[in-house]
Design a protein around this ligand. Sequence first.
Ligand code: ZN
Length: 580
Amino acid sequence: MKGIWWILMGVIVMTLGLDARAAGKKTDADKGGRVVAYVTSWSSVMPDPFGMTNINYAFGHVNDTFDGVRIDNPARLKRIAQLKRENPDLEVQLSIGGWGSGRFSEMAADPELRRKFAEDCRRVVDEYGLDGVDIDWEYPTSNAAGISSSPDDTANFTLLMKDLRKALPKDALLTLATISSANFIDFPAIMPYVDFVNIMAYDMASPPKHHSPLHSSETLGASSAESAVNAHLKAGVPAEKLTLGLPFYGRGNGPYSNFTDYRNLKIAEGCSDKWDPVACAPYIADSDGKLVLGYENPRSIALKCDFIKEKGLLGAMYWDYAGDNEEGELRKAVADAIMHQGYPARYAAAPRFNALIYYSEDVEEAHRQFAEQAVGFIHKLSYGEGFTYTVAKSFAPYADRLKEYDVVVCLNNMPREEKERRAFEEYMKAGGGWMGFHAAGYNDKDTGWPWFNEFLGAGKFYCNTWPPQPALMEVAPGMHTVTKNLPSEFVAPACEWYQWQPSPSESRNVDILLSLSPKNYPIGIKDIIEWGDFPVVWTNRDYRMIYLNIGHGDEEFTDATQNLLLVNAFRWVVSPMLNE
Ligand code: ZN
């Protein structure tokens, strides 16, 4: 199921705007997602000013008197800031902190020092012509990096963010780097003050585990970019305020140094290059197959960028620009995916369509059973937040609100009251979507809804087979989207099969997609049908609708081919929302 849904997810481009605060100074929906590149003070590589949206210059520090900023290699910061002359859209921030950079705890604990530090950040922004500051305190309340700490650091970090926001120019960026676990920071408290959060989704494990796989795997370990993003979402950071950090270095042992930049990567003697398809990560293994270097390559970077889009994140961050090889393979993979491909801001964060799933409980037991199972089936299709749905056991409350739904799925019943029927007719004439099953198309002389006959493209219910039984299906020739990947024949699970009089195949507007094979005749044991054309799935081209006679009993979801048909049909009826 996931694979199919993945295809659904893969074709969507959404261009929802972000509010200005969430996006910082620029409207990211117009220009793609953010790509934040760390550029270090100790490198001499000058970055391509068009290769990213943001540069974080590493590093500044809390100064020795705890009341201001000290900058490493300030002359280089000046040169980096001047790249903005070449690309006026480029934003440059000073990143303050880094592993082992201390004095945060003392500074943040004292209101006066904190205020002075924030004011000095403002001075630096003005003096160097920067776009803001990035705080890399690794980590509040932790002395793992050999820095001072206090249990109050988390609360003081919030106060520091508040003071910085107050001191910095109004449109300046304020961001931070966070540990993959999302520990140490009170995110709901700081989010009003910060523009976005850069997740350091690397250094999460040591060999023989990979330090930054996209997904967890048995071979490469449990910590992953995915778990890091989920931890931050759970901690209260909205997806559109997150960038996923990508390492341009590997972590190794044995023949490899602990930190190995991508540009220096070679396959050591006796080792081989491997790919873990579960983790979506490359690694180098020794002769025993054990990981001795976990790293990134353009393929893993591209998959992480897909993940960033699927999750609706703001973009990507990487450490660091100079770790890439001379061709810039990694940074180009990031820029291509995030900046240059019509990056859909809030890709999956906003559902793309809204479904109303209607069924009655007060019906034949087998029709209720089907409806309940169908709700579970549709629920699985909603994994990944591609759409939202409402389950309605009564039509009336929704009759006035059908406009809110992109598709109405009738599992075992149709609107019964006049008012409901008028509303449904209006909805369908205005381009609404309908997917109807089995008893939802049952209409006889007592139904009294002539419009529905025209809509269904069929006459009245004529007869049915009984008891429910499996039947051989024939796919209509032609390449309709709904059936193009089905075999030409398959056996559908047990169902009660209906015939209509006149048959939908006599209607000029109807496309028959699936029929009972004549090879079934005679079909039924008590109620037997011996002849006639026998449509099972069809559409009326005058509407965005599909009817499936499937939908009786508790075996309807037991067949993979039929399940595929159901997904195809659902996907087809909502396809306008998928931007096809
Ligand atoms: Zn039935």
